[in-house]
Design a protein around this ligand. Structure first.
Ligand code: SD4
Length: 324
């Protein structure tokens, strides 16, 4: 589908009203994406490749202990283990991912190494851990005292109820930030990265949408790229980002493509997603960006070709949050 799809998509007009983000260079999920975009932008300006840039961007929240999170400081699973999922992908089909990885601050860099140094696209758990050690990554305890205290508090009730838009509420015990970061060069080259500690207090062994190509992230040269955030099970069910990119390939604008995927989840799941948040972010090969979410409150950061970053609210299916 790649080349034929790309040619078709290039020849088609991109429909739909875009936000004022045309010409975007880097986009990422949530308010905290702004700092990641800036790191990615700096990497590009210093001569880095697009893959270097999305990796550098993803590393920012990974290393941020206050970000409960992605990487270091992340909320653990219900047994107290911080387990990380990450993926990196280029529009030419290169992709690497890790899932349920413990003890390393930068799963995105281990994912990149999977892409570059193995014949595989994903390593998980113990095998991913062993690979990271062999590749020279240093182990570190990722469970900070703050995250441990919050987990012990949670154990008192042990109620698993993901909270919508928790990503933008710093310091909340149920915070489960995921960053999805997409970049489109002036020549239309595309790459993306997605990294997360997943849903706070998930079951041991649970892997969400984020590290799965076509779920948490998908990038297709000549068409576009998409990232997802929110309740991963709802995204995985519909291969969410593969769907968003397919819609862009068929001619929809990034925002319309994200909206279509959200509508599909709402139709498919009905009441089951009444309280859930899912957000999609997309960029096409012309650098037009857009987003759409189930609930209000999803934001995304856009950095233009001059390095100017702004945070924008995504439109949503529901106008007032049903989520608690
Ligand atoms: C997951 N989609 O593991 C991720 C969580 C997330 O912001 O996006 N949090 O289900």
């Amino acid at each position: 589908m790649g080349i034929a799809g790309a040619l078709t998509a290039s020849a088609m007009p991109v429909r739909g009203a875009e936000r004022a983000s045309d010409g975007a260079l880097i986009v990422s999920t949530w308010d905290f994406g702004a700092a990641a975009n800036e790191a990615a932008f700096a990497k590009l300006r210093s001569g880095g490749t697009l893959i270097d840039a999305v990796e550098a961007g993803a590393q920012v929240p990974e290393a941020d202990a206050k970000n409960r999170s992605v990487g270091y400081g992340g909320n653990p699973d219900r047994d107290g283990h911080v387990t990380l999922d990450a993926i990196i992908m280029h529009g030419d089909g290169r992709v690497g991912a890790v899932a349920a990885l413990e003890d390393f601050v930068h799963p995105i860099s281990v994912a990149r190494r999977v892409m570059e140094a193995t014949p595989h696209t994903m390593l998980v758990g113990e095998g991913a851990h062993q690979f990271a050690i062999e590749q020279g990554f240093h182990m570190r305890n990722l469970l900070t005292p703050e995250a441990e205290a919050a987990w012990r508090e949670w154990l008192k009730t042990a109620k698993y109820k993901p909270v919508a838009n928790i990503e933008n509420m710093r310091g909340n015990a149920l915070d489960h930030d995921t960053i999805g970061l997409l970049a489109c060069s002036e020549a239309g080259e595309l790459a993306g990265a997605c990294t997360t500690s997943g849903m706070a207090y998930k079951m041991r062994g649970r892997v969400g949408d984020s590290p799965q190509a076509g779920c948490g992230l998908f990038v297709e040269g000549g068409v576009g790229a998409a990232a997802a955030t929110g309740v991963g099970e709802e995204v995985t069910r519909i291969a969410g980002t593969a769907r968003v990119v397919a819609s862009m390939r068929a001619g929809l604008s990034p925002e319309a493509a994200c909206r279509e995927a959200v509508m599909h989840i709402a139709k498919l799941r009905g009441d089951a997603v009444r309280d859930a948040q899912v957000g999609f972010l997309a960029i096409n090969h012309r650098g037009q960006a857009g987003a759409y979410a189930l609930q209000p409150g999803f934001t995304y950061a856009v950095t233009d070709r001059n390095g100017v970053t702004s945070v924008q609210p995504a439109k949503s299916l529901r106008q007032t949050g049903n989520a608690s």
